[in-house]
Design a protein around this ligand. Structure first.
Ligand code: F6P
Length: 491
C-alpha cells in the first residue's frame, strides 16, 4: 500500500482519533518514506516481521505505532494506514549518525552479539541515544490513552520504558528485546550499563528471545543495581531503597506468519518460479541457499569459506552443486558493514574465479532485497538452507524456509548460536560455525541426505513452526502484560 503527499507543511492528515489504548513503539514505522524533488513525501508499506506480528492486534485495538520514517529530517503529522495511526518521530542527519548508526549499531549491536566486531564507545553517541529515546517516550506518552498498554521494541529504545513511566505512571509498559542480551561479563564493558538496565526496568514485562537472554538480564540486574531478584521477578527498589513494584523478565520466542509463507509457497506462480530458478542455475543436483542481511553476525564468511574448501577438497563440485547467497544491503554507513562487504565480495570473487566454469558458477551472490514471493520461490528451490550465524537473537529465515516446505523436503543447517536452534532442535542439522571442519562435514551430510530422512526432519520442524506463529507470540506477550495488575494513578 502506498500513500501520498503529506509533509507537515503540505497539510497532512492529522490525528483526529484521540489517544490510543494500545501503542507500539519501535525504531522504524511499518512504512518507508521517500521525498520527491518538489519536497512531496510519499510512503510505502514495508512489511517486515514486526509489522506482520503487530499489525493485526494494533489494528483491532485501533492502536497507534510510534516510529522513525527511515529518512532524515522528515516532519510528518500522524496519519492513518491500514487501520493504524502512524506517529512519525523525526530524526535529523546527526541523530541518524549518532543514535542509529552510532550507538545502536556500532555500540550496542556488536556488544550484544558477543563482541564479534569491537563495539565503539562514544559519549556523544550516548547523549544522542538518550535524546532520541526521550523523543520516542514523549511521542508515546502523548499518544497513549489513560491506562493504555504501550509495547516498546528493541535495543534502539531501551531507555524508553523508564522515561515513559516517569511521564505516565498510569501506563502498562511492555518491552521486547529482539536481539540477544549478553552475559554480564561482556555487558559490563558498556560505560552506561546501569542506565540501560534501569531504562528497561521501567517496563512491567520484559521479553527476550531465549531463556538464556532473560537470565543474562537478571544477572546484570543483580550485579549492577540494588534491586532484588527472585527467579524471573525483579523487585525494583524505590529512591529510598525500599522494595517497590515487580518486573517480570521472561522468554517469548518470536515467530513468523507461518500460514502466509506456507500458502505463498503453494501458489502455482511461486512453484513455477522455483522451477525456473533451478533451471536458470543449470538444474544442479544440490542447490544450497544462504539468505541474510549483510551483517557480520550472520557468519556469511565462515559459510563461504567452508563451501570453498569443500570445492577445493573435491567433496563438492560445481557441476552438481551451487550456492546462492542473498545478502541484502544493511547499515551501509557503518564501517564494520563496509569492511564485511569488501571481505565477502573478495571471497566470492576468489572462489568463483578459482572453481567456476562456463555455465557453472560456484556461488551466485546477490546483493539485493527481494519480495516475499521471490523468497518463497528461493526457499522452495533450495535443497539445503544454510543459517550459520555467529550469534542471532532468533533468525526468522530458518522459520520461513520451514514454512515454505509443505513438500517436506529440504535440509536446514542451523547454527547453535541462534535462538531458533533452542526452539527447533533436533530437526535441523546443528553446526558450530567457528568449527570450519565440523561445518564442512555437516554441509556434506546435508547435501547427501536421503529424501526419507529429509521428510522425517522437516515434518517435525513444520509441526513446531506452523503451530507457534507470530500471532501466538504477540498474543502471549500481550496476554501476560495485560493480566498484570492495573496502575492506579491516571494522568
Ligand atoms: O534484528 C534486529 C533488527 O532491528 C530487526 O528488527 C530489523 O529487521 C533488522 O534488525 C534491521 O534493522 P535496521 O535496518 O532497522 O537497522
Amino acid at each position: 500500500m502506498t500513500g501520498q503527499g503529506s509533509s507537515k507543511k503540505s497539510g497532512a492528515k492529522s490525528n483526529d482519533k484521540g489517544r490510543s489504548d494500545l501503542v507500539v513503539v519501535a525504531n522504524r514505522l511499518p512504512v518507508d518514506f521517500t521525498t520527491d524533488e518538489d519536497g512531496h513525501v510519499e510512503w510505502h508499506r514495508s512489511p517486515g516481521g514486526l509489522v506482520t506480528a503487530l499489525e493485526p492486534v494494533t489494528r483491532e485495538a485501533e492502536g497507534a505505532w510510534v516510529g522513525w520514517s527511515g529518512a532524515p529530517d522528515v516532519e510528518h503529522e500522524p496519519f492513518e494506514a491500514d487501520g493504524m495511526l502512524l506517529v512519525p518521530v523525526t530524526l535529523s542527519r546527526s541523530d541518524i549518525e549518532r543514535y542509529y548508526e552510532g550507538f545502536a549499531n556500532d555500540t550496542l549491536w556488536p556488544l550484544y552479539h558477543d563482541v564479534i566486531s569491537p563495539p565503539t564507545y562514544h559519549r556523544q553517541w550516548w547523549d544522542a541515544y538518550r535524546r532520541v529515546n526521550r523523543r520516542f517516550a514523549e511521542a508515546a506518552a502523548a499518544q497513549a490513552a489513560p491506562g493504555a498498554v504501550v509495547w516498546v521494541h528493541d535495543y534502539q529504545l531501551q531507555l524508553v520504558p523508564a522515561m515513559l513511566r516517569e511521564l505516565r505512571p498510569d501506563l502498562r509498559i511492555g518491552f521486547f528485546d529482539h536481539i540477544p542480551f549478553p552475559a554480564v561479563e561482556l555487558f559490563q564493558q558498556l560505560p552506561w550499563r546501569t542506565q540501560i538496565v534501569e531504562g528497561m526496568l521501567g517496563a512491567d514485562l520484559i521479553g527476550f528471545q531465549r531463556g538464556g537472554d532473560a537470565s543474562n538480564f537478571v544477572r546484570s540486574v543483580r550485579r549492577l543495581t540494588k534491586h532484588t531478584t527472585r527467579g524471573p521477578i525483579i523487585t525494583v527498589a524505590d529512591a529510598d531503597g525500599k522494595p517497590g513494584r515487580h518486573v517480570r523478565a521472561a522468554a517469548f520466542p518470536i515467530s513468523i506468519d507461518s500460514q502466509h509463507f506456507d500458502e505463498l509457497a503453494r501458489t502455482p506462480e511461486v512453484q513455477a518460479r522455483a522451477k525456473e530458478i533451478r533451471a536458470d542455475l543449470g538444474n544442479p543436483k544440490v542447490m544450497m541457499l544462504g539468505v541474510d542481511r549483510l551483517d557480520y553476525t550472520k557468519g556469511i564468511r565462515h559459510r563461504i569459506k567452508a563451501y570453498g574448501e569443500l570445492l577445493q577438497d573435491g567433496r563438492l563440485d560445481v557441476e552438481h552443486c551451487t550456492l546462492v547467497q542473498v545478502a541484502s544491503p544493511s547499515r551501509e554507513n557503518v564501517g564494520a558493514y563496509q569492511d564485511l562487504r569488501e571481505h565477502v565480495e573478495g571471497l566470492v570473487g576468489r572462489i568463483n574465479g578459482e572453481f567456476g566454469e562456463l555455465g557453472h558458477s560456484a556461488i551466485h551472490y546477490l546483493h539485493h532485497s527481494y519480495p516475499a514471493e521471490e523468497m518463497a520461490a528461493l526457499y522452495l528451490a533450495a535443497d539445503v538452507m544454510l543459517v550459520t550465524s555467529l550469534r542471532d537473537g532468533m533468525n526468522l529465515v530458518a522459520k520461513e524456509y520451514i514454512a515454505a516446505r509443505s513438500d517436506e523436503q529440504g535440509v536446514l543447517v542451523l547454527s547453535e548460536f541462534t535462538g531458533a536452534a533452542d526452539e527447533l532442535a533436533p530437526g535441523p542439522l546443528l553446526v558450530n560455525p567457528h568449527d570450519i571442519d565440523g561445518m564442512k562435514d555437516i554441509i556434506v551430510t546435508a547435501a547427501r541426505m536421503e529424501p526419507r530422512e529429509q521428510r522425517r526432519r522437516m515434518r517435525r520442524l513444520r509441526r513446531k513452526v506452523m503451530a507457534d506463529d507470530v500471532a501466538k507470540w504477540s498474543q502471549s506477550f500481550l496476554g501476560v502484560l495485560t493480566a498484570m495488575p492495573p496502575r492506579t494513578s491516571h494522568v
